[in-house]
Design a protein around this ligand. Sequence first.
Ligand SMILES: Cc1cc2nc3c(=O)[nH]c(=O)nc-3n(C[C@H](O)[C@H](O)[C@H](O)COP(=O)(O)OP(=O)(O)OC[C@H]3O[C@@H](n4cnc5c(N)ncnc54)[C@H](O)[C@@H]3O)c2cc1C
Length: 546
Amino acid sequence: MTVKSEKSSVEEFDYVIVGAGAAGCIVAARLAEQHGVTVCVLEAGPGDLRPFVNIPAGFNRTLKQEDITWQFKTEPTENTGWRAIATTQGRVVGGSGSINGMVYNRGLPSDYDLWAQLGNRGWAYDDVLPYFAKSENRIGYGVEGVRGRGHGVPVTDMDWFHPISEEFIKAAQDGGLLRNPDYNGGHQEGVGYFQRTIRNGLRVSSASAFLKPALRGPNLRLVKSAVVTSLVFDGSNVKGVRYIMGRDAFEIRARGEVILCCGTVNTARLMQISGIGAQEHLNAIGVPCLHHLPGVGENLIDHYSARIVMRAKRDVVTLNEMSRGPRLVWQFLKLLLNRPNILSQTPSQVYMFCKSREGLEDPDLQCVFTPGSYKEGQHYVLDSYPGVTAGAWQHRPRSRGYVRAKSAYVSVDPIIQPNYLSDPYDQSVMVAGMQFVRRILHALRLKKYLEVETVPGAKVASDEDMLRFCKECGSTGYHLVGTAKMGPATDQMAVVDDRLRVYGLRGLRIADSSIMPSIPSANTYAASMMIGEKASDLIRKSDSSP
Ligand SMILES: Cc1cc2nc3c(=O)[nH]c(=O)nc-3n(C[C@H](O)[C@H](O)[C@H](O)COP(=O)(O)OP(=O)(O)OC[C@H]3O[C@@H](n4cnc5c(N)ncnc54)[C@H](O)[C@@H]3O)c2cc1C
C-alpha cells in the first residue's frame, strides 16, 4: 500500500496497547482503572457491533468476512495432504474473541504448573488461578474458590439440548467417562456440555465485558482501523509505534510502555518487521536487524483436529434441518424472545476430556460432539441430510512450527508453519482419539438415531488408514500460541521474561497468546484472558508505572 501522508503531530500516552483482542481489551481496561493514567489502544479492525459477530451462529459467516478477519493460511506439508489450511484470526474489536467458538475452557492445573517448572516464576496453577477467576463471571454451578463471580466475561451453561447429545453423553459414560459438573473447577476429565461465553443468547467478549465499559472513562482511547506497521525505537528503548489508517500514516508515543497484544501470528510478525528477531531471517527479508532475538516467531503450537460424520435416520431432526426454512424462522423468533434456540449455541456442544492410553495422569484428548454436520470438504456448509459430527484433538502436541514475516510490509501475510503431526507421538494420540470417538458414535445406544458413518466411512478402518485420513482431512483448532514464548534468561529461545518484558529492550511488553511456552489442554480464549489480567497486574506493579 502507498501511504499518502504522514501526520506531523505525535500524540503521547502513558501506555500504548497494540490489538484490542482477548487479552488487549483486559490490559487496556485494567490500566485505565488507574486515576490519571492515559491509555491508547490501536486496533487494526473495525467495531464489533455486527449481527454475525453478536449472534453465536454467525460464527460460520464471520470466518469468511474479510473486513473483520486476517485470512491467514498455513503452509502445506505432507502431514496435511499438501493442503494449505485456512487459519483465520479476528481483526475486529474483541479480536479472535469476536469470531471464536465461544467455548470457555481453562485447561488442566498441570498446564500452568509446567510453565512454572520451565522457569517462569508466578505462573503455576495456584498463581494464575486468581486471574482466571478475575476475568470471568461464572453464572451457574462452579467449584467454590476456583470460579469467578460478579465481574468479567460471563460464562454460562448451555440452555438448548438435543436428545442425541444426551444419548452421546450416556454412551461416553457407558464407555467409562464420568459426567463432570464443572470441568473448569480443577478436575477436567469427564463428559458433559460445554460452558460458553454467551449471555442472553448473544456472544460476549472481553471487548464487551471490559473494554467498552472502560471507554466511558476519560483516560482510555480506542483507535479502530489502525494497523500498526512498526515500533519506534530510541536505542534499545521502545518509545512508541507507527500506524496507518486508510492511506494516512501516524506515530504515537508511550511515556511508559508499549504492550503488544496482537495475537500469536501478528505479534511475532510485527516484531520481525520492526527489526526484532533472528538476524538471518531479518536479513533475508530486507529488514535491518535492530535486536537479534532468535526465538521470535518460533515455538508455534496449535491443536490439529479431525472429525467423523454419521448420517442420522431420515425422521431425525438435526441442526441441519433446523437451520433451514420455517424451522429457522421459528428459531430466530425464539432468539428475539430470548428463549433457548439453536442460533445461540456454540458450534460444538458436548465435550469429552479423556486419555488416549492407560497410565496417563491427565486427559490428553479433547473430543467434541454436535448434532449437526457439514458437507465433506466444504467449510461450514450443512449437509442436506440429517447428520451428527464428532471430532478429536490432542491436548499437548509435541510438534512445533514457526511464523516468519515474508516481507517488511504488514500487508503481506507471513509464513505460518505449525508442522502439524510432525512428531510421531502426536500421530498416535490423534489416531487413538479418533478411534475412541468412533467407538462412542457406533455405540448401541445411538443406533436408534444414527444410520451410517459417511466420513471417513467404513473404507477407513485400520490405524494407518485413520492417520492418512487425519492428514488429508484434518484442520486447525484455531488455537495458535507460543511465538514469543516466556522463559528464563538461560533459554536462548525465550522472547519475554516472566514479567512479560521483551529480553534486551526497555519499554516493550507482550501480553497475549504468543507468550505461552506450551499450549494448555484447552481452547485458548480463557488462558489468553488470564494473561491479560496477569499482565496488567505486572505492569501496574512495575517501575515504569507512572
Ligand atoms: C475461529 C476461531 C475459533 C476459536 N474458538 C475458540 C473457542 O471456542 N474457545 C476458545 O477458548 N478459544 C477459541 N479460539 C482461540 C481464542 O479466541 C484465541 O486464543 C484468543 O482470542 C487469542 O487472544 P489474543 O489476545 O492472543 O489475540 P486476539 O484475540 O486474536 O487479538 C489480537 C488483536 O490484535 C489485532 N492486531 C493484530 N495485528 C495488529 C496490528 N498490526 N495493528 C493493530 N492491531 C492488530 C487483531 O486485529 C486482533 O483484534 C478460537 C479462535 C478462532 C480464530
